[in-house]
Design a protein. Sequence first.
Length: 267
Amino acid sequence: MARLSMNEITTFRWSFEEDVERYIAAEIDGIGVWRQKLSDFGEEKGAELLADSPLAVSCLLWAGGFTGSDGRSYRDSVQDAMDAIRLAADLEAGCLVVYSGARAGHTHNHARRLFRSALAELAPVAAEQRVVLAIEPMHEGCAAEWTFLTDLDETLETIHAIGSDQLKLVFDLYHLGQNRTILDRVPEIAPLAAVVQLGDAREPPRGEQNRCRLGEGSVPLDEIVAALLEAGYDGFFDVELLGEDVEDADYADLIEHAKRRYAEWVA
């Protein structure tokens, strides 16, 4: 059955150790691990802490930036992604989230070539380590610094073009669920979804993501979750909340609210 995961970005102010302790106390099934928090705590020590806990790692965030948009070279970004693949394997993560990087002054075609070249190089390493690479498209209103992939069709085309079983999709409902026509495509998406991220929005993003508490925005989360379950999705639903509407929230209350909403939708 599908299970609930809490993403460490949601509890931004908590440390890695506090995230683990609080998620266990809240009886959450999984954790979306943020590499920055894990690095601050210590990767080896963090892996041991997780191995001794009941939490499964739903996803590891993130690798990417192959277009040079974050100031790193293509080769440095690929090497970092290889390191992230090995870390994901050590954590037995459900997937490693991958962002292409922004266009960064390239033509769209060249940015696409860079990304596909990186994926072709990474896919065999991921297969060897038994790690799924999950590509995340984003809403065009907030994608500029992260990815040039703002279209589901182009993302699926990229996955199919590489032709590797290690490539799947991050189905983030904040980014893709704001267009209600996505409901018609859930049967197509469900088999390719490595993880489903739960996020709601009162209005489309304009530069920055601003997610509200689940069920308090305009994204038809209940309908999409029901459609995913009907289509056979049995992976993690990972709660990822960030932005002005939740930045001052009490995290314990935020988690309990998300748990209640999730329970209603999967009942």
